[in-house]
Ligand binder design. Structure first.
Ligand SMILES: NC(=O)c1ccc[n+]([C@@H]2O[C@H](COP(=O)([O-])OP(=O)(O)OC[C@H]3O[C@@H](n4cnc5c(N)ncnc54)[C@H](O)[C@@H]3O)[C@@H](O)[C@H]2O)c1
Ligand SMILES: [Zn+2]
Length: 361
């Protein structure tokens, strides 16, 4: 079957997201067809390579991968340095293509290496988590964490292509899969009632990774991300709607030192907080707030929030890099598939919303 093709058109580059079952087994042919520059350097993690490397390497005709550790705590400059070391040792030239194969941590780190090695070489992402397929690999944001904050060091570096193979998700643990699914719910909530409904009605098929249903969900999510990035590459306007759930979500991740929640889980809470804020302001109907809550609950358990204090979470929000001129921006839902951005939310309102979500004062 021909891959689904989704175009991303930014000022810095036009490229295509290709989605097809089995694509990861045919990377060599895909890269040939894309006519990407010169020598290819695969960057992956030991776990991903153990699970999928044999099949991928066959299609790439015996490439030697650069393997670096992936979990959030390895998303730092020291790990990127290992990628530079391998590239230098292999005499990688300006005319090279880096092929990150992994979750969002690998695509962000190897993408950053690509943005900076020799002032920038080509990158073709092969995302292997649901989160990376529908979000991290598209849009050109790359970077690493600083000990004092997440994603503080980075660049915009659009890929030459994004190759999405939904079948690689067969090995993804359920919790990681669910974490990605919360970002899909985010797209539904900000931009697509039909996607929202599809997650609700086809939940079991999605978790079973039924190919047609899974592909449809990934495709619709990628279309939304691609169209938002096309409209606003640098996040000065429309792209900010994709921060729905992330203001409180990032704060929850920060106060728990990035250990308690998967990113998507924190975003699930963050979306609930935003929905409570919107409801308290009278811009979101009780029925829509309930629909979001019910959908999130139906997807499975979330780590607890009850021991966290609203005060420390609000303080963490105020330190977030998305604070503009001292004002917190909140993306508030106004219906399933519609949002508004506000910057006049008071501490008192946020405290009330956090309390309703289960935090202590
Ligand atoms: N650049 C962006 O626009 C953007 C957007 C969203 C998130 N992100 C970043 O993405 C990161 C999170 O990404 P993630 O959730 O993919 O985490 P991750 O990359 O840490 O992957 C999660 C775990 O899944 C494993 N894994 C990957 N593919 C697998 C597979 N097919 N089967 C089994 N296991 C597999 C990994 O080894 C890892 O242990 C965060 O650092 C976040 O900041 C970036
Ligand atoms: Zn996110």
């Amino acid at each position: 079957m021909d891959p689904v093709r989704i175009d991303v058109k930014t000022a810095s580059r036009h490229y295509t997201v290709l989605i097809a079952d089995g694509l990861a087994s045919r990377l060599g042919a895909q890269l040939d067809a894309l006519e990407v520059p010169g020598a290819r350097f695969v960057v992956s993690s030991p776990l991903v390579w153990r699970l999928h490397g044999t099949r991928i390497a066959r299609g790439l005709r015996g490439v030697e991968p650069i393997l670096v550790p992936d979990g959030e705590r390895f998303k730092q400059l020291a790990t990127v340095s290992k990628v530079y070391d391998a590239l230098v040792r292999a005499n990688a030239e300006r005319q090279s293509t880096i092929v990150p194969i992994g979750g969002g941590v690998i695509t962000d780190m190897a993408g950053f290496a690509a943005a900076t090695y020799l002032r920038g070489v080509a990158v073709v992402h092969v995302p292997t988590t649901l989160l990376a397929q529908v979000d991290a690999a598209i849009g050109g944001k790359v970077g690493v964490n600083h000990p004092l904050g997440k994603n503080l060091i980075g660049a915009f570096h659009q890929p030459h292509a994004v190759l999405v193979d939904p079948t690689v998700l067969a090995t993804l643990p359920r919790r990681e899969f669910r974490a990605g699914l919360y970002e899909v719910v985010k797209y539904g909530m900000t931009s697509s009632p039909s996607l929202f409904d599809r997650v609700a009605t086809r939940r079991d098929d999605i978790f079973a990774r039924e190919p047609a249903v899974l592909s449809a969900v990934i495709t619709e999510s990628c279309r939304i991300k691609a169209s938002v990035v096309t409209a606003d590459e640098r996040e000065t306007g429309l792209r900010r709607i994709l921060n729905f759930g992330h203001t409180a979500g990032h704060a929850l991740e920060a106060v728990t030192k990035y250990r308690r929640y998967r990113h998507g889980e924190a975003v699930a809470y963050g979306m609930t907080v935003a929905a409570e804020l919107a409801f308290l302001r009278g811009v979101l109907a009780a029925s829509d707030r309930k629909a979001l809550g019910d959908l999130l609950t139906s997807l499975g358990p979330l780590p607890p929030v009850g021991d966290l204090s609203a005060r420390e979470v609000i303080d963490a929000m105020a330190r977030d890099k998305k604070v503009v001129a001292g004002r917190l921006h909140f993306v508030l839902p106004t219906a399933i598939g519609a949002t508004t951005i506000v910057n006049d939310v008071t501490r008192k309102e946020i405290a009330a919303a956090l309390k309703r979500v289960g935090l202590k004062a």
